[in-house]
Design a binder for this molecule. Structure first.
Ligand SMILES: NC(=O)c1ccc[n+]([C@@H]2O[C@H](COP(=O)([O-])OP(=O)(O)OC[C@H]3O[C@@H](n4cnc5c(N)ncnc54)[C@H](OP(=O)(O)O)[C@@H]3O)[C@@H](O)[C@H]2O)c1
Length: 347
């Protein structure tokens, strides 16, 4: 393993990165089992998120979940550059980025990846994801009622054209792995059937109130690592992404009780559960105390078997990121995006 230079300015209270559990991808590569999210939910300034990335690296984070649509890759790139110039080796960090929905054409995928690389000031990405399986663009920050008049349903042939471009990025060495996000079992079955280069991860919403048990098991059986977004239940998400039915895992009495016993915030219990269950959570935080507590949570005493069982029992099937803006015709409900009847929702 590469040894980071002593010049690298780790914080005195940093977690030793070698203690962080690793996920073993089907390619033989290892990926740190917790990453830092970088979507500021429209209210945390790009410069503050970038600052958090560097501070998180100083306390031991080695995995960063970025995306072109978050609008902050150029600022994060300046921080990566500082980190890599001060003794951290490129192979010590794991960087993910994602192609946005308006860039699904073959040439666009390549151009988008090259732009992310330039912004992030890197010459390769560890992981590149198709952010959503729908090529339906909507303006960042728009209300959930906004619809793209040219929106289309999931069309597998179209998705595979995008995937072929993703595979070319691997062939060209611009990215080491490719993966999907916001998929469903029926869509993933087709992708696994037709991919020349299999997805190494699927990024998806996962927290104690939305455990996606069947999909989770399917992914692991097929050698695709589940990466869990909104692992704390996204308490800072924009107002436009909230509905009255939404529940908050951090307020669940089971989580609160375990947190009180351990003397930690309920968010930390969500993160411990996620890593112990076998997914890779990517919690966002711009607050040093919180992101350090989350990282400490994964190297400290594990939850007990009873805790794990109790948390398993509080699933509410409560999807928070519903994706309404991707609907393609009038009269649909957001459930149509998620193939809840076991087959791809017909056009
Ligand atoms: N692929 C996709 O389509 C997709 C979709 C959504 C998100 N994501 C990715 O997943 C990441 C995480 O998801 P998310 O940001 O929606 O939600 P999240 O990680 O579940 O929640 C983040 C919120 O939790 C708070 N928090 C974090 N640690 C805490 C702690 N120890 N104690 C108290 N509060 C804490 C943060 O506040 P403070 O800043 O105050 O700590 C922030 O408001 C995103 O940043 C993004 O990278 C991907």
């Amino acid at each position: 393993m590469h040894v980071t230079s002593a010049r690298w300015d780790a914080a005195a209270d940093a977690v030793d990165p070698s203690l962080i559990p690793q996920r073993h991808l089907y390619t033989g590569a290892t990926m740190p089992a917790i990453g830092l999210g970088t979507f500021g939910s429209d209210h945390v300034a790009h410069s503050v998120v970038a600052e958090a990335v560097k501070a998180a690296a100083q306390v031991g984070y080695r995995h960063f979940d970025c995306a072109s649509v978050y609008g902050n890759e150029d600022q994060i790139g300046l921080r990566f550059e500082e980190m890599l110039n001060s003794g951290l080796a490129r192979e010590d960090i794991w960087v993910t980025s994602k192609v946005w929905n308006d860039m699904h054409g073959e040439a666009d995928v390549i151009a988008s990846c090259e732009k992310s690389l330039a912004d992030l000031r890197l010459n390769y990405l560890d992981m590149y994801l198709v952010h959503w399986p729908f090529p339906n663009h909507h303006p960042p920050g728009c209300d959930v009622s906004v619809r793209n008049p040219h929106a289309v349903p999931y069309i597998h042939e179209t998705y595979m054209r995008t995937w072929r471009a993703m595979e070319k990025l691997v062939d060209r060495g611009l990215v080491h792995h490719i993966g999907s996000s916001n998929m469903t079992i029926p869509k993933m079955k087709l992708l696994l059937r037709d991919a020349r280069i299999k997805p190494a991860v699927n990024e998806m919403e996962l927290h104690p109130h939305f455990q996606q048990r069947e999909f989770f098991a399917y992914l692991r059986e097929n050698g695709v690592e589940p990466v869990g977004y909104s692992p704390i239940g996204s308490p800072g998400r924009p107002q436009r992404d909230r509905t009255p039915e939404d529940t908050a895992p951090t307020e669940d009495p089971v989580i609160v009780k375990i947190a009180e016993r351990l003397g930690v915030h309920p968010a930390v219990v969500c993160i411990k559960w996620a890593v112990q269950r076998g997914q890779t959570p990517i919690p966002f935080s711009a607050n040093r105390r919180n992101f350090l507590a989350n990282l400490r949570g994964v190297i400290s005493e594990p939850l007990t078997a009873e805790d794990m069982k109790a948390i398993e029992s509080i699933d509410r099937n409560c999807r928070l990121v519903k994706g309404q803006v991707f609907l393609w015709k009038d009269g649909q409900s957001w459930e149509d995006l998620w193939d809840i009847h076991g087959e791809i929702t017909p056009p």
